[in-house]
Ligand binder design. Structure first.
Ligand code: ZN
Length: 825
């Protein structure tokens, strides 16, 4: 969900956030001066002479396939030009020499006692916080929900299990959060309750109508917007009400109230009454003994406050929230959620409600905190040991591990030619749906693989899948403790240190745009920097404002040659594609990458198969109507984000990454999880299959047949190159079409050929054999078999990464030492 939307929630919060932004911007701009990217020589993109081009393209590939047993069988299709090479044959699987893997995690090992104490016993940290001031601010921003007074019973708390038992196979079950009453939300927030089900005594204007009185709804930034942030009554008296029609007899158990989302005004309800009715004519008040109950509302505009009704909760069809007092400088405005259990309707008037959609898949549909997530991942790997591998990419600030479930037919290994895919969820810890969907996905793949589902078997055999359900485990635990309805809009979004991880990656866009401008002025297009851009020097220091979690993800991106990824968020329904940053600091502006058409395809694949996004009758989540754009948008055109993971991924690695905003509700109630799985299941699968689009192949030395690493693959005039990985294999995501592909590598003559990408979900194999330049042969003779240095850009990139790793290691050991000292004293 956007920073901008979050910013809109209150003046106080805006202040907090803008400080966070200033902080990170300040650091970035101060570092730019130090970077010396321009001095790098990018000669690797040598232009190809026409003769060379003809040579490499006209030579039939029959000799290629005979040379090595590993080489794929390539056939020539006769088309208008005999140059076009097409094949859908896949190369035989070979485990590569490259060690693209992480050590296996043993989940039988318990959680570190110190970490356990820190995260769950709420004891103060026993070590100094580097960014303590950020942390307290962001945590303060959302206050604790106030206790409800006298007439309300306390929510039941389920007994805690002491010792983790032996993990059984997970059964499908729906359990509410322990801190919530048994009845789930009717769905004002999730939009399960439709606009016509909401009525009010009066309202100020359309943008503040009853349909806006939904928990966590976000206002637009303009005053008087038709997408405003609450229901607001037209009159200021005690007769105003917001009415919810549950459309079925319902046992109402409680109300959650929140003030108005606005950057212009400050409105919330202090106390309110509640009435019930079966026909909207006769109304019965909620009682507290013999007196009409008065419930305590809000103390600020943001914090949701829960009120539970007495045991003798009324069964009715309609409920009214009736404000009695409100913030003195404000007016009657509120956002609400209603808790209730719908009862079977004997008249069955609304048949559609009885055939409520769920899912047939037997998955563990509930919210999993860190410990539960570990258990679930362990149970999946025990159920499918042959295709799974659990590893950790690092630890959060609080010491929680960032677990990844790897799924492939040869887990733990990169196979020659097999593309690597990743899903990342929970970068914003309170956007909890992505985490559960990835946990669902790993269970589903395991189950279906064992059942022999052909689609899943093929996916697992041909792809190496990596699922990171929780990139911000500290933030998630904060939100989880409050629960799905009471966490509000921002609690848990940030890392423990208060860092927004989606602004925390190195800003390579600026590096690139500066370089392009410089090169343009110098009229030297051969030096264009458009990929594998090194991290700026400032970013590698120990003091750099870079979260441990971000460092871990960057390290992960380096260790695995990812081809495609999606980054799962929540709080909207839209898929965004890079760039995420505008070039000239505009708040929003369409800023396409050179691969715009493929990115639009990727976004469309997800959006058009998601059952909620693709529903033409859906209403907008908050303040933007993305249906106008078929539910996809260029990230920067929505709102500019500097240092996003998607932009970094595209400019620093070979990987294409989009952001999926999965649902209007960031933290849906557990009862919504089965339907949310069904909404996203096809999208999650079909998106992964896109990793097999475009071209792939192996680049080899013509004499030795050895794979050539770091060769540059240039396609047509797309100003974004990619590189081959350790054993010479490469993947170039592309839409169907005919492409002129040029491969160049240090010390080799460049080679060009035509390759055609088909419509099928199979990549076209497009291999290359490169011949060494005479100069290179001479150099090698002189080096007597010694390794020759790589090109400067690569060397700089590797150097900076080594520095980043070293500073991360230093931070970790400093923290460990401080913690040992604290324990010792
Ligand atoms: Zn987000």
């Amino acid at each position: 969900m956007s920073e901008g939307t979050v910013m809109a929630q209150s003046l106080y919060f805006t202040f907090v956030l803008s400080c966070l932004i200033c902080g990170s911007y300040g650091l970035v701009s101060s570092g730019i001066g130090i970077t010396t990217v321009r001095s790098v020589d990018y000669n690797a993109t040598t232009t190809v002479t026409p003769t060379e081009r003809r040579d490499s393209t006209t030579k039939p590939s029959t000799t290629q396939s005979n040379k090595s047993t590993n080489a794929p069988a390539v056939r020539l299709t006769s088309t208008t030009t005999s140059k076009v090479l097409t094949t859908t044959t896949r190369p035989p699987k070979t485990t590569t020499t490259a060690n693209y893997s992480f050590n296996t995690e043993d989940l039988n090992e318990g959680i570190d006692k110190k970490v356990e104490k820190r995260v769950w016993n709420k004891e103060p940290e026993d070590e100094p916080l580097e960014f303590a001031k950020w942390s307290t601010r962001s945590v303060k921003a959302v206050k604790k929900p106030k206790k409800i007074w006298k007439n309300v019973k306390k929510p039941k708390v389920l007994p805690k299990k002491r010792k983790p038992k032996v993990v059984k196979k997970s059964k499908p079950k729906i359990i509410g959060r322990p801190s919530l009453p048994e009845c789930p939300p009717l769905g004002l927030e999730s939009l399960r309750v439709k606009d016509p089900q909401l009525r009010a005594s009066s309202y100020k204007r359309r943008g503040l109508g009853p349909h806006r009185g939904r928990l966590n709804i976000q206002s637009g930034i303009e005053d008087g917007d038709i997408y405003d942030g609450a229901w607001c009554a037209q009159y200021e008296d005690k007769k105003q009400w917001l009415e919810v029609d549950a459309r079925r007899p319902t046992r109402f158990t409680g109300v959650i109230l929140q003030g108005r989302s606005s950057i212009w005004s400050w409105d919330f309800i202090l106390t309110y009454k509640v009435q019930f009715s079966n026909d909207t004519l006769v109304w019965q008040p909620a009682m507290n003994g013999t007196k009409e109950a008065v419930f305590e509302g809000n103390q600020d505009t943001e914090t949701p406050v829960l009120a539970l009704f007495n045991e003798s909760a009324t069964v009715a069809r309609y409920i009214r929230i009736n404000p009695q007092s409100w913030y003195e400088n404000g007016t009657i405005c509120l956002r609400a959620e209603v808790l209730g259990c719908t009862l079977p309707d004997p008249n069955n008037i609304y048949a559609w409600q009885q055939t409520e959609q769920g899912t047939k898949d037997k998955l563990d549909f509930r919210h999993h905190n860190y410990k539960e997530m570990r258990k679930l991942m362990k149970s999946v790997s025990e159920a499918c040991p042959d295709i799974t591998h659990i590893y950790s990419i690092g630890k959060s600030h609080m010491g929680l591990k960032m677990y990844v479930m790897e799924i492939s037919d040869h887990p733990g290994k990169h196979e020659l030619g097999e593309p690597e895919f990743r899903y990342v969820a929970g970068m914003h810890g309170n956007e909890a749906l992505g985490r559960e969907l990835l946990l669902n996905l790993m269970q589903y793949i395991c189950q279906e693989y064992k059942l022999g589902n052909q689609r899943i078997v093929r996916l697992v055999k041909e792809t190496r899948i990596h699922l990171l359900p929780s990139m911000n485990p500290d933030g998630y635990e904060m939100a989880f403790k409050k629960g799905s309805e009471l966490a509000g809009w921002a609690l848990g979004r940030y890392s423990y240190q208060g860092i927004d991880m989606n602004h925390n990656f190195a800003d390579l866009n600026k590096v690139m745009w500066d370089a392009i401008e410089f090169d343009f002025q110098n009229n030297d297009k051969s030096k264009l920097i458009n990929h594998y851009i090194p991290i700026p020097e400032y970013y590698t220091s120990e003091d750099a404002f870079v979260a441990l979690e971000t460092r871990a993800v960057i390290n992960w991106m380096q260790n695995i040659p990812f081809v495609l990824s999606a980054n799962l968020h929540g709080g909207e329904l839209v898929v965004t594609y890079p760039f995420d940053r505008t070039e000239d600091w505009a708040p929003h502006d369409d800023t396409p990458t050179p691969d715009n058409s493929f990115f639009r395809w990727l976004a469309t694949v997800y959006a058009s198969t998601n059952q909620v996004m693709s529903n033409p009758d859906r209403r907008p989540c908050h303040n933007e109507n993305f249906q106008r754009y078929n539910n996809i948008i260029n990230g920067a055109n929505w709102h500019t984000v500097q240092g996003s993971m998607n932009d970094f991924s595209y400019l620093h690695t070979n990987c294409f990454d989009v952001t999926v905003e999965l649902s209007c509700d960031k933290f849906p109630h557990a009862s919504e999880l089965p339907i949310e799985w069904e909404n996203n299941k096809e999208s999650l699968l079909i998106y992964m299959e896109q990793v097999h689009r475009g071209l792939k192949g192996v680049i080899r030395d013509k004499d030795t047949e050895a794979g050539i690493a770091d060769a540059i693959i240039k396609v047509d005039d797309i100003d974004h190159h990619i590189r081959s990985v350790a054993d010479g294999d490469y993947w170039r995501l592309l839409n169907p079409g005919e492409y002129e592909v040029t491969v160049s590598a240090e010390g080799y003559n460049p080679s060009t050929r035509m390759c055609r990408v088909m419509y099928e979900h199979y990549p076209t194999i497009c291999d290359f054999r490169l011949t060494k330049t005479p100069k290179q042969r001479l150099k090698e003779i002189l080096a007597k078999g010694g390794k020759l240095p790589k090109d400067l850009q690569l060397r700089l990139r590797q150097l900076r990464l080594r520095k980043l790793r070293a500073s991360t290691k230093a931070i970790n050991s400093r923290r460990a030492a401080a913690s040992r000292k604290a324990r010792g004293s």
